[in-house]
Ligand binder design. Structure first.
Ligand code: UGA
Length: 415
């Protein structure tokens, strides 16, 4: 099939690359000329396992010219939908992209399906996207199709997740739209749920917020357990035998970051408020997460005075395997340390360049220099941090690095 993807961020790029690998003809549209050039030269603008190989093999081109989508069978909208601190989702990129798609597809042509893949709050496809697409005088569900099909890709494992989905959700305005999208997944061995547009939108938000609750929950159990002298990791091990609970996402620590979980949680809280519902459960999940990372700094203050101290950070990325620092727990920690008058030295194998854009004033150094600081905070569980010599050091650990227990003074954030 001829596929067009609007937006070549990590969702758009991975979706496009994987669909091209599966034999479709893919055109990626983006407004960023640097990205376009990189993709056309086989150089992915993101760190993602396996993507370079696909870009160099598959039939895929990137462009800034919307006219090139004119003969597409399926058009995916994969642009960013940022969410403000108060939970309001900005649809600026989505409405702009949808307007461009409408213009590119106006006039006489065969049936096509537009698929919203961007994460949006329930009602957005019906109330915002469809009205724009219908401006050219065509009717959704008659002249063209529309689906909402959320993505569940994890950064760093996105290619694997695309090729091996745990489920495929197809929200459809009518059966014909869904049938056409389904054609792309015919060789996948995954459960497929076909539903309406707003349910598909909610499935995405509910899935991500459930994960945030799981993390904040185990962190809370950790906070209580630590005071009682109980190891939360041992508690989690005991809980995991119950398959109603499951074994994933029970790693207690300094909480969740990244471009999706915190944002989607804020968006659902914001949407609930907008319709007059106050979700205390979700709000507390977010509050707990904000406080959890700062515990590292509070614990450190029990051992040293921060004013004038040199504090070393191991890890800046929101999780290992990526250079992404969006909503990384390191951000609040660095702010608190600087506010308390400490000097900060940081090391991360991939994320230093990105973090430098947020905090140019701290020192980006080698691991050895971090280890020579007055105290060390562990922010990201990079494997290499398990091979370091921590003897004689003061370490406050946010991610359960086993080797760090050899430190002279060792404390886990909630163990
Ligand atoms: C997340 C979801 O896992 C994906 O399914 C979803 O598609 C994606 O968001 C999205 O909406 O685009 P991702 O942002 O790549 O994927 O990150 P995760 O691997 O889920 O990790 C998120 C954060 O939770 C990290 O900061 C990680 O350190 C933290 N975490 C995770 C814990 O603190 N404890 C755990 O047990 C697991």
């Amino acid at each position: 099939m001829r596929i067009s993807i609007i937006g070549s961020g990590y969702v758009g790029l991975v979706t496009g690359a994987c669909l091209a690998k599966l034999g479709n003809e893919v055109t990626l549209v983006d407004i960023d000329n640097e990205k376009i050039e990189a993709i056309n030269n086989g150089l992915p603008p993101i760190q993602e396992e396996g993507i370079t190989e696909i870009l160099n093999q598959a039939h895929l081109k990137a462009t800034s010219d919307y006219r090139q989508i004119a003969d597409a069978d399926i058009i995916f909208l994969c642009v960013g939908t940022p969410v403000s601190e108060d939970g309001a989702m900005s649809l600026e990129h989505l409405t702009e992209a949808t307007g461009q798609v409408t213009r590119a597809l106006e006039g006489e042509r065969g049936y096509y399906v537009v698929v919203v893949k961007s994460t949006v709050v329930p009602g957005t496809t019906e109330e915002v996207v469809i009205p724009i697409l219908e401006r050219a005088g065509k009717k959704a569900g008659k002249d063209f199709g529309i689906c909402m099909s959320p993505e569940f890709l994890r950064e760093g494992k996105a290619v694997y997740d695309f090729m091996n989905p745990m489920r495929v959700i197809i929200g459809e305005v009518d059966k014909r739209s869904g049938d056409m999208l389904l054609g792309l997944y015919r060789n996948f061995n995954a459960p497929i749920l076909r539903t309406d547009l707003r349910t598909a939108e909610m499935i995405k938000l509910a899935s991500n917020t459930f994960l945030t609750m799981k993390i904040s929950f185990i962190n809370e159990i950790g906070n209580i357990s630590k005071k009682l002298g109980i190891d939360v990791y041992e508690v989690a091990k005991g809980m995991e035998f119950d398959d109603r609970i499951g074994s994933k996402f029970l790693n207690a620590g300094i909480g969740f970051g990244g471009s999706c979980l915190p944002k989607d949680l804020r968006a659902l809280i914001g949407k609930a408020k907008e319709i007059g519902y106050e979700s205390r459960m979700l709000e507390e999940t977010l509050n707990l997460n904000e406080k959890q990372a700062l515990k590292l700094v509070q614990l450190l203050q029990k051992h040293i005075s921060l004013k004038g101290a040199c504090v070393g950070l191991l890890g800046l990325a929101f999780k290992p395997g990526t250079d992404d620092v969006r909503d990384s727990r390191a951000i609040g920690v660095v702010q608190a340390l600087l506010q308390a008058g400490a000097t900060v030295r940081a090391y991360d194998p991939l994320a230093m360049e990105n973090f430098k854009k947020l905090f140019p004033q701290i020192d980006y150094v080698t691991i050895e220099k971090v280890l020579n600081c007055d105290a060390i905070l562990i922010i990201t569980e990079w494997e290499e941090f398990n091979d370091l010599d921590y003897t004689g050091k003061i370490v406050i650990d946010g991610r359960r690095i086993a080797k760090a227990r050899e430190a002279r003074i060792y404390e886990g954030v909630c163990w």
